[in-house]
Ligand binder design. Sequence first.
Ligand code: GAR
Length: 213
Amino acid sequence: MKHATATSRPLPIVVLLSGSGSNLQAIIDRIAEGKLNAEIMAVISNKADAYGLERARKAGIPTELIEHSQFDNRESFDAQLIKTIDKYQPELIVLAGFMRILTNQFVDHYYGRMINIHPSLLPRHRGLHTHRRVLEAGDSEHGLSIHFVSSELDGGPVILQTRVPVLADDNEETLALRVLTREHQSYPEVIQWIAENRLQLSGDQVLLDGKPI
Ligand code: GAR
């Protein structure tokens, strides 16, 4: 991945989401503060009631709704998604709570240009309800992972992991909030690395400033 004019032109990104969009909001806010040199070309959701769409509208960002329930199968949904995303010519696809299993066709199309954030220290706790599962497992630490997307569910080369402690009196909500707060810091930071051309994917190896991460 090479962003040609990183020092001047903002990195064009498209954000995909299914829910609240608090990570989208963090990205919008960092851009507004001048700390993230990116431009959100569009926000795309598979859910009409995703609050993230509302956040995008409020920020004047184009939105697209592609409801998976309107498609016969994953292949045709993903094909429509590709068509819609590519209209905006993004250099990076940002999955921010996009709760869909993706086809290989989709993942291959964007390999090395698509990142995801997941609320666990991968490879631990892929999938849903990660905070509950951390508590059930009695883990002493938890956190988040940001990774390039591969065809594995919540898998692919890891870019950054941020750890938080699990406290004795934690419940699902307190733990979720601790992780989410760190997500809002870490995701814009990683996108800024990409905007500055500091991040490369060489095979399955992630390099930051030319060095393995
Ligand atoms: C975030 O916690 C994100 O890590 C998670 O969904 C939440 C979306 O929150 N993603 C996954 O679980 C992906 N497997 P948001 O809509 O408020 O940004």
